[in-house]
Design a protein around this ligand. Structure first.
Ligand code: 8YV
Length: 333
């Protein structure tokens, strides 16, 4: 019996590719080219499985053009690039990669928030440019982290891991807003208090966004929301671009309506709005939330294990982290 055919859409770790090759006929995007949608469709022809990242868009058009596809396994936790409903309709199982990146992404979120509050990017640029001549009382004075109120928008796994750092490590009172309130026991463990969106904006000293992207949260933070924040507040986004209205943010930073911002994600990334580059009170990183070698390996490995569980005829067809497990009960025609 011939092996199932899969596509690994971006270059990943060789040991994982080797493991996949023991069970599958594998095509890898070895040169890590950024494919157009048509090229992706072309490479997916005849494939039953795809190991993808957030860069690949899986939509109804692609699914129609790839009728043999049965499994789409992303190594990311976010899956706003995948039309899961369309996949379910076509009987394609979708998996993502939760858990494995929670702590690493929370680390980056906290680091970015601290860099933003303590003006690390700005002061490093100043030093590198040879501008440091003398000390003065307000020299790169920023905002304290310890004891300040930590606001979290989106209290999923990553939000909770950030709350733990803030509350237990830095003595921060934590407030949060989420679609649903956490169980009382978890709130107590995290010392976190549920508040309305308005209260979150008004009371946070450092507001961090970890909510998953969906059309409902597009520009969830715009001019009216920024106007509600404290002039000393910072705003950090490690979730997805598009949640903050970047035009309104630039204006709020220029007019010191808020103190500073830290962005790891951008609307239209990797293209960055040049206006964002022109404001000094912002720290910008190129979507590196999960970027530790150990975690990136764990993410790719989880996607691979999902593919093996779904497509290896000798394994139980029970993916580890499926988003549409109901597909298992649907027969593909
Ligand atoms: C990834 C992420 O680096 O997992 C996610 O949702 O945003 C990041 O961890 C990236 O999206 C992988 O393609």
């Amino acid at each position: 019996m011939s092996k199932p055919k899969i596509l690994v859409a971006r270059a990943i770790f060789l040991d994982i590719i080797d493991q996949l090759r023991t069970k599958f006929d594998v095509e890898v995007n070895e040169y890590d080219d950024i494919w157009t949608q048509d090229e992706l469709i072309l490479h997916l022809q005849g494939k039953q499985g795809a190991l993808i990242t957030s860069s690949e868009k899986i939509d109804a058009k692609l699914l129609k053009a790839c009728p043999e596809l049965r499994a789409v396994c992303t190594l990311a936790v976010g899956y706003n690039n995948i039309d899961v409903a369309a996949c379910t309709a076509q009987g394609v199982l979708v998996t993502n990669a939760p858990n494995v990146l929670t702590e690493t992404t929370a680390d980056l979120g906290f680091a970015l928030m601290m860099a933003t509050a303590r003006r690390i990017g700005e002061s490093e640029r100043f030093l590198r440019e040879g501008l440091w001549r003398q000390w003065d009382i307000g020299f790169f004075a920023g905002q304290d982290i310890h004891g300040a109120t930590l606001g979290i928008l989106g209290m999923g796994r990553i939000g909770q891991a950030i709350a733990k750092r803030g509350s237990h490590g830095f003595g921060m009172p934590v407030i949060y807003h989420n679609r649903s309130r956490l169980a009382l026991e978890i709130e107590q463990q995290l010392n976190a208090r549920y508040v309305s969106k308005e209260e979150l904006l008004q009371q946070s000293d450092h507001l961090i966004i970890t909510v998953p992207y969906s059309p409902e949260v597009h520009h969830f933070i715009g001019q009216p929301e920024l106007a509600m924040m404290k002039p000393t507040a910072t705003l950090t986004n490690i979730a997805r671009g598009g949640i903050i209205d970047e035009v309104a943010l630039v204006e709020a930073l220029r007019t010191h309506q808020i103190a500073a911002a830290g962005l790891d994600v951008f609307e239209g990334e990797p293209h960055i709005d040049p206006d964002l580059l022109s404001v000094p009170n912002i720290v910008l990183t190129p979507h590196i939330g999960s970027a530790s070698l150990k975690t990136r390996h764990a993410m790719a490995n989880l996607a691979a294990q999902n593919l093996l569980a779904i497509l290896d005829p000798n394994s139980t067809p029970q993916p580890l982290t499926a988003l549409n497990v109901e597909v298992l009960g649907i027969k593909r025609n």
